[in-house]
Design a protein around this ligand. Sequence first.
Ligand code: SAM
Length: 295
Amino acid sequence: MDLIDDHQLQQERSEPCPGTLYIVGTPIGNLGDLSPRAKSILKNVSLIACEDTRRSGQLLKIIKSKVPLLSYHKHNFKSRQSQLLKILESSGSIALISDAGLPGINDPGEELVHAARSNNYEVICIPGPCAATTALVISGLPSDRFCFEGFLPKKQSLRKKRLEDISQEHRTTVIYESPHQLIKLLEDLSMSCGKERPIQIARELTKRYEESIGKTIEQVTKYFLENKPKGEFTIVLGGKSNKKKNRMSESDALIKLNILIKQGEKSNVAARKIAEESGYEKKWLYSKLHKKLDK
Ligand code: SAM
């Protein structure tokens, strides 16, 4: 079946269907990215659940939709659930949208989809822009396998563990961050992954001042220290290299490690530096160090 036939079929299948929850992707900047199908759904469902009624009200005004809006966000999603399920029960249709992008990707949606599915209602996605996949496919980093981290935890202990996991991950990792926290994130990534790790940062995707900044953690940190981060950012971090690249003997690496520590470097920082220089695992160097110190 070619694309045109497929399109006609979609037109013939009358949407929205009763008792259906539509997860609708909305633009992350450029309004031209709202698809005709998304527009049609947003004009014809019984109700639109959205994060911020004022913000989504502006989008609906542009597309001349008169469908009522109901707030659905992280503070009220539990209490809203039964109200929304009742609409589906009475053969109504609902569109769920977020402030921007795809609901359920670091935005409310997951719980409502779960509830709708558990009650045997149809759930259909009207695909649209998503900052994570948009940044990934223009990064130039491997996109055949990747993982998504969203925002890293703020709590120190959780953050440290997450950074450690990310540093060991071989797949490309996509991270969201606010402009105020970007430099702190880059410093943390540099500490855990090393300053040479490939990275590509997408700024203001689909908007007028869209740009993409790479190539290593060291280079992008320097760039943002000179150019204050402004706007929205998605970070695409290259995975840990699979290549064996031990560049010195084990004993030379351990000697270098001990010299650094004698010179006053903290043991975890010394282990990371020597790991970078020698190609040996930081964990392995660290364990050898502790064995030596225990003796
Ligand atoms: N659900 C959304 C999606 O599908 O992309 C993500 C919502 S999350 C709360 C918002 C974060 O996504 C921002 O802080 C930023 O990290 C990223 N983001 C959203 N729009 C962006 C854009 N235009 N350019 C770069 N990153 C963006």
